[in-house]
Design a binder for this molecule. Structure first.
Ligand code: GCW
Length: 681
């Protein structure tokens, strides 16, 4: 498929319009880097690459007439006459923010890109290049922007043998075997792509962790990656297997209160920081799905997290402790367990601990009501965990624009401090004055040429980064940006493809899990339908546990007559979900067991309405395919054909979902398919 996909949203396509190109050239006769840090070096390189690509190869070697320069460097390296003009702007940015401004120095108009740190400058440089690629005017620039969250990380579920848990774009990009000596160009391009959207950290390995990553043999390799990423403002983090003191430390226990164990982690931290002075810290999955943790020793999450937090605290490291826990012992409702296990500990975690919470209480479903922990721990920094890789959403085959899902979650209102207590405000710290803030995205990146296995899904990596920077952005804006940078500025392309992207999320919900259905994917791999599966050893792994279809109806009663999971929400939210008339229909079967002939708001019975939703999903995918088919003229044939073939598969599989689910559920409803729903063939 060529290299166009490899270049992601950093295409630097030539600006064909001569007048516009001339206008851009007239503003940038010279690059003026200030300071000599590695970060400024990579910023200059990126400018050269981008400007040559967009404005012509000869551009910087043969500058035009005039003396207009593009000045870039951090505040401390600016000359007095410039910094004086920017004083009030500097008051409006944080350490990673940037200013891009047209200013006049000694009667000459110049463009300055600056920030409090060189990394801020680099973010500004990427933003500037994006302006040019989007054909925006640069006459009167005055852009002042800062990230709203501090820790903006990718989580790679990458194993040391290069397989990737729930990864669908080839193998891991980390070539552990050939590190530390062999430096794959991908590492650099990975850093560029992430820096261009403001991602400032990466957890290299799977949360189902292998303790070997903490041995000197691997740390030597990790150190090399950290050195590559550093100029790009990207910190390296590792997952820490809780039982590492036993497995690689030779201790008899991993009890977090044991003095030898405490010492082992302290020394391990020191060893890591000696190699990597800006190491970010640890991500831990403990006492979840068989992973070891403090509970193995009769201790709790606070004991475990704080012990590790103490080890990294002297070096300013953090611990991201995951709240994705559910146990085989309490089988009434898996959705309730994380809240019950964590909320009582509010206020007990150390200052450098973030509790990392998945967006919903079950597991990355096409649609889930928001996790009740959000808003409910005012004294604990809660970090959002989104899944960019599509474990339950058709892997990298199905095209879905996830910023739609992310936006829905971030805007959800927890009501914990009255109306307007949105999740975005909890995670950016403003709701409860939290100092440490963060967000994690489980990466969809692999060794495929186009990184994500499907060009359209690059938008989810991009969109995640943008929302990590500013959780108040809309999916609509993000789609616009991504399409322009990735493909074309032509409105005849942008408009229809954007609509297709914005509808894609609901299409997937409709053909997989409409009306609040969830976790009915086939077992183990989670690809394709499997609502009939009922033979797994743990009840909460079986789809039948979630849909509870019988001849009376379908759905999981989570109201007070059922599991009462709704009591974990603020009163206003619980009341809304509990009442079948006010419960949003998109979440209906998440919270209620509903009779087949219950009347939906559109007057249809539940059975007819559900069948029509499945059909609607199929129709939407068909429409997506038809839209894409008319786009051939606007983009390269490699990416065009790739997406076309994938949309064809998605269409087939949407029908598979519809037919399988309706035929299965029909055994319980005992009703015929309504008009408008295609009969299974
Ligand atoms: O979504 C589930 C996945 C597991 C994953 C786990 C988790 C890394 O099925 O593959 O393990 O969640 O988030 O820890």
């Amino acid at each position: 498929f060529g290299n166009d996909g490899y270049k992601l949203w950093l295409q630097y396509r030539f600006v064909e319009n001569e007048a516009l190109r001339g206008n851009y050239r007239s503003y940038i006769n010279k690059l003026m880097p200030l300071g000599d840090s590695k970060t400024i070096e990579v910023a200059e390189k990126e400018l050269e690459l981008g400007l040559k690509g967009m404005l012509g190869l000869d551009f910087l070697s043969k500058p035009g007439v005039g003396e207009k320069s593009l000045i870039f460097g951090e505040k401390s390296n600016l000359s007095k006459d410039i910094s004086i003009q920017l004083e009030s702007d500097f008051n409006n940015i944080n350490d990673e923010g940037f200013i891009i401004k047209s200013i006049s120095i000694k009667g000459k108009n110049q463009i300055v890109i600056t920030g409090n740190t060189d990394v801020g400058v680099l973010y500004g440089v990427y933003h500037f290049l994006q302006l040019l690629q989007s054909h925006k005017p640069i006459e009167q620039l005055k852009i002042v922007d800062s990230p709203k969250l501090k820790v903006r990380v990718l989580n790679h579920w990458d194993n040391l043998d290069r397989t990737v848990e729930r990864g669908y774009a080839g193998f891991s990009i980390w070539d552990w075997h050939r590190l530390p000596d062999y430096i794959d160009q991908r590492y650099v391009d990975y850093a560029r792509a992430n820096a261009s959207i403001g991602i400032n950290g990466t957890v290299l390995n799977n949360v189902n962790a292998n303790a070997l990553i903490l041995t000197p043999q691997y740390l030597e390799k990790v150190e090399v990656l950290a050195n590559i990423f550093r100029p790009y403002g990207i910190k390296v983090y590792l997952t820490a297997r809780f039982s590492a003191p036993i497995e690689i430390g030779g201790l008899p226990t991993a009890d977090p209160l044991d003095l030898d164990v405490i010492k082992w982690w302290q020394e391990k931290a020191k060893e890591i920081y000696t190699r990597i002075p800006d190491f970010g810290g640890f991500l831990v999955k403990a006492n979840s799905e068989g992973q070891p943790g403090p509970q193995n020793y009769g201790r709790n999450h606070v004991d475990g997290a704080n012990m590790m937090a103490n080890a990294v605290a002297p070096f300013k490291g953090i611990v991201m402790w995951r709240a994705f826990v559910y146990s085989e012992h309490d089988t009434t409702d898996r959705a309730k367990q994380a809240y019950s296990e964590f909320v009582p500990y509010d206020g007990q975690f150390k200052d450098n601990v973030l509790v990392q919470v998945k967006n919903g209480a079950i597991d990355f479903q096409p649609r889930e009501p928001f996790h009740p922990m959000f808003g409910a721990m005012p004294k604990t920094p809660l970090m959002m965990e989104f899944q960019i890789t599509q474990e339950y959403l058709g892997f990298s085959t199905h095209s879905i624009f996830l910023p739609k899902l992310f936006e829905e979650v971030l805007k959800a209102d927890t009501y914990r401090k009255g109306k307007g207590s949105t999740i975005a405000k909890d995670i950016d710290g403003s709701l409860h004055n939290k100092r440490l803030t963060g967000i994690a995205g489980v990466s969809n990146i692999g060794s495929d040429i186009n990184w994500t296995g499907n060009t359209m899904l690059q938008a989810n990596w991009y969109g995640y980064g943008r929302l990590a920077w500013n959780p108040y952005l809309s999916a609509n804006e993000i789609a616009d940006e991504w399409l322009v940078l990735t493909f074309s500025t032509n409105e005849s392309f942008i408009k229809p493809v954007k609509n297709m992207m914005l509808d894609s999320k609901e299409a997937v919900v409709n053909y997989m899990t409409p009306l609040g259905l969830h976790h009915i994917m086939d077992t183990g791999h989670h690809y394709g339908p499997g609502p009939w599966v009922s033979n797994l050893s743990r009840p909460e792994w079986n789809p039948v546990y979630y849909h509870k279809a019988d001849k009376n109806g379908i759905g999981f009663d989570r109201t007070p007559t059922g599991s009462n999971a709704t009591e974990q929400y603020a009163d206003e939210v619980a009341a809304k979900f509990n009442n079948i008339n006010t419960c949003p229909e998109e979440d209906l079967l998440w919270f209620h067991h509903v009779p087949w002939d219950y009347r939906l708001k559109n007057g249809k019975t539940l059975w007819d309405g559900m069948a029509l939703k499945y059909q609607e999903g199929v129709n939407q995918v068909e429409h997506m395919g038809k839209t894409w088919d008319t786009m051939e003229a606007y983009i390269d044939s490699g990416r065009f054909n790739e997406v076309k073939m994938l949309l064809n598969i998605q269409f087939k599989e949407a029908k598979w979902w519809r037919d399988a689910c309706l035929l299965y559920f029909q055994q319980f409803s005992g009703k015929p398919l309504p008009d408008g729903v295609e009969k299974p063939t």
